[in-house]
Write a protein of this length. Structure first.
Length: 118
């Protein structure tokens, strides 16, 4: 499956953004999906994931209660609603298919830059 994230931008602290991830290739609905982010000079870190059938979700502690992951299997699209953004949320955000332990199983593809100003 090929993945392309979009929707990033520059926002002030406390603002909101909605990221999208368009999937093509293999059937999107076959995969649990996740969002990851990479701050400058750091490794990719898990942000959120959603299962493919029961739509159960999991969040990193740092974003719990502020971010919401969702998916539309009919549109082959994954979303991340980000509210109450903080400067520490600044990173390039990527989507990926994930396994049962929320580890990425696809290449990163194109990410989208999120910058939160203080």
């Amino acid at each position: 499956v090929q993945l392309q994230a979009s929707g990033g931008g520059l926002v002030q602290t406390g603002g909101s953004l909605r990221l999208s991830c368009a999937a093509s290739g293999r059937t999107f609905s076959n995969y649990a999906m996740g969002w990851f982010r990479q701050a400058p000079g750091k490794e990719h870190k898990f942000v959120a994931a959603i299962r493919r059938i029961d739509l159960n979700t999991r969040y990193a502690e740092s974003v719990e209660g502020r971010f919401t992951i969702s998916r539309d299997n009919a549109k082959n699209t994954l979303y991340l609603q980000m509210n109450r953004l903080k400067p520490e949320d600044t990173a390039v955000y990527y989507c990926a298919a994930v396994d049962n332990w929320y580890r990425p199983v696809t290449s990163w593809g194109q990410g989208t830059q999120v910058t939160v100003s203080s």
